[in-house]
Write a protein of this length. Structure first.
Length: 100
C-alpha cells in the first residue's frame, strides 16, 4: 500500500542529499521558509521519527499569523532516498505533503 506522503514527488529531487539525520540532529527542509533548518531532537523524538516517519517538534508562529500551530518533521521518499521535511498539517485532514 502506498502511503499518502509517497504519492507526491513534485520537485523533491532538488532536495536529495541536502537533508539528513545524524543521531539526534536532523537537517530538514522548512516548507514555509524554503530553507534547510538544523533541528535537535530528543532521543524519544528521534525514535518516533524513525518508527512513525513523523514527529511533532513544537509550535511555531510566523509573522502575519494569528497564532501558533504545531510543526512536524516528517520523511518523504524520492528515488528511494529519504528526505526530511518540516511543516505544519494542511487541509481538513491535516496532511503533511511531500511536494514543493
Amino acid at each position: 500500500m502506498v502511503k499518502g506522503r509517497d504519492l507526491y514527488d513534485n520537485g523533491l529531487e532538488t532536495l536529495l542529499d541536502k537533508t539528513s539525520k545524524n543521531g539526534l540532529k536532523v537537517q530538514a527542509y522548512n516548507r514555509k521558509t524554503q530553507k534547510i533548518e538544523d533541528i535537535s531532537l530528543s532521543y524519544l523524538s528521534a525514535l518516533k521519527l524513525k518508527l512513525n516517519g513523523f514527529v511533532k517538534i513544537g509550535e511555531r508562529q510566523y509573522e502575519g499569523w494569528s497564532g501558533a500551530i504545531p510543526f512536524y518533521i516528517y520523511t518523504c521518499k524520492s528515488n528511494g532516498k529519504k528526505i526530511f521535511m518540516l511543516d505544519y498539517p494542511h487541509g481538513y485532514e491535516g496532511r503533511l505533503d511531500c511536494k514543493l
